[in-house]
Design a protein around this ligand. Structure first.
Ligand SMILES: NC(=O)C1=CN([C@@H]2O[C@H](COP(=O)(O)OP(=O)(O)OC[C@H]3O[C@@H](n4cnc5c(N)ncnc54)[C@H](O)[C@@H]3O)[C@@H](O)[C@H]2O)C=CC1
Ligand SMILES: O=C(O)[C@H]1O[C@H](OP(=O)(O)OP(=O)(O)OC[C@H]2O[C@@H](n3ccc(=O)[nH]c3=O)[C@H](O)[C@@H]2O)[C@H](O)[C@@H](O)[C@@H]1O
Length: 380
């Protein structure tokens, strides 16, 4: 489901088009299954649209709408599907429930994973699941921002809370905020749905706001470290996709960073194992964007490095090589990939999410440049 950009609401154009198509071609009893993430009430809308279209074409067939939301993640779709913790089915009759059980039988051999409910509950279950996960991410990002200002390493805090089974280790990795085609649009759509129903969903609105602010932290830290003096500088960017193992750039935190850097007259040298073709499609050829062949080549002539995506190939980076290659010893890490102590050992100013140097401060850079380091002097 694309979203309606103007209001944050889900855009049902394609779903209605499909319902009309079904109403035109239906030739006997059918079960119509919603797989897309659609607002509560879409099942009813589908049923109405199919009935009205059948009437226009002089058709009269029995059908039922069922909601069977998808919970897979990009990059692990097959494993998530085959080993789903639960299969949610919203259905209004035993006939549909049995048909869905038959359909999923190959995946139910070890245990029954079907969770039956009504159609509207299944529609909301999908949104609630994504909103809960997005809430966990915005929550830990809030804690990371507090940790930064209180001189605490959020990674220690994360480990401390993750061991409580009521909290758990999943979806509490702080970073540059969540992106992708689902969390941002689904949280916004749920906020919209609440407002349409006369209820202000304060928590969900805050989850979205915190995420937008978090996506901006990469640029903000860089901006502060260089005291706003970004024009004409060159920055290496490692990772562009919204997460590893995909080339998807939808709502990727890297996009906010790139666009803000360009707005401030900076040049970008970027590397991503998968997403560079997509970046080219989005931004075209431009003088302030160089797509590089390797992480190392992105560092050439760069003033500082920003990590946007935690591709495993970046984890092996040698801090001494980073310190050597960068004109200024600044690494802004949006995915907490490196050990702050190790970075410090190599005199790198390391700004991660809730760890390393505290909130970026240009005085730190001045202090460091006052104590001469060969590469900085060379750059000046
Ligand atoms: N991306 C994911 O990992 C997951 C997505 N979903 C949900 O699945 C739905 C699709 O998401 P994505 O796959 O990310 O979207 P997408 O935008 O990548 O893919 C949508 C596809 O539908 C095609 N399409 C659009 N209108 C059409 C029409 N009228 N007839 C036939 N094809 C049409 C598009 O060309 C495109 O290939 C959304 O509701 C999303 O929330 C649910 C779980 C996981
Ligand atoms: O509805 C959907 O389409 C899907 O949305 C997400 O899947 P996906 O968007 O593919 O990606 P995730 O792995 O969930 O990551 C989403 C974003 O959150 C970020 N994230 C994730 C986990 C975490 O701890 N911290 C964090 O910042 C990732 O970097 C990424 O930008 C859900 O995880 C799926 O269950 C759901 O089916």
């Amino acid at each position: 489901m694309p979203r309606n950009e103007r209001e944050g609401a889900a855009d049902l154009t394609h779903v209605i088009a499909v319902a009309r198509s079904i109403g035109t071609h239906i030739n006997g009893f059918k079960i119509v299954i919603e797989k897309s993430t659609v607002p509560v009430g879409t099942g009813d809308l589908l049923a109405r649209t199919i009935s009205e279209t059948m009437a226009v074409h002089g058709l009269s067939h029995d059908f039922e709408v069922c909601s069977n939301p998808e919970f897979l993640k990009e990059g692990s779709a097959i494993a998530d599907f085959a080993d789903a913790p639960r299969i949610v089915v919203g259905a209004g009759s035993d006939r549909v429930r049995q048909a869905m059980r038959d359909c999923y039988q190959p995946y139910l051999r070890d245990r029954d994973r079907l969770v039956f409910m009504d159609v509207r509950a299944a529609e909301l279950t999908k949104y609630a699941a994504n909103a809960m996960l997005a809430t966990k991410i915005s929550f830990i990002n809030e804690v990371a921002n507090l940790a930064e200002r209180l001189g605490v390493d959020v990674e220690q805090v994360r480990t401390g809370i993750a061991s409580d089974p009521r909290i758990g280790p999943h979806f509490i990795q702080p970073g540059a905020g969540y992106g992708g085609s689902c969390f941002p649009k689904d949280v916004r759509a749920l906020v919209r749905a609440g407002r349409d129903a006369g209820y202000e969903p304060q928590l969900l609105a805050a989850v979205n706001d915190v995420n937008i602010r978090q996506q901006n932290t990469l640029f903000d830290k860089l901006h502060d470290a260089f005291a706003g003096d970004l024009a004409g500088r060159t920055f290496a960017v490692w990772g562009l996709a919204f997460k590893p193992n995909t080339d998807d750039m939808r709502e990727a935190p890297s996009r906010r960073l790139l666009e803000a850097l360009w707005e401030h007259g900076a040049l970008v040298r970027a590397y991503d194992p998968e997403a560079m073709r997509e970046v080219r499609r989005l931004y075209g050829y431009r003088a302030d964007l160089e797509l590089c062949e390797s992480p190392e080549s992105a560092l050439e002539c760069a003033d500082a490095l920003i990590v946007c995506t935690e591709w495993p190939c970046f984890a092996a980076a040698d801090p001494s090589k980073l310190a050597e290659a960068l004109a200024f010893p600044i690494v802004v890490d949006g995915r907490n990939m490196f050990d702050p102590a190790m970075m410090q050992q190599h005199k790198l100013l390391y700004y991660a999410a809730g760890r390393g140097s505290s909130v970026a401060d240009s005085s730190q850079l001045k202090a460091l440049t006052a104590a001469p380091a060969a590469h900085i002097l060379a750059a000046e």
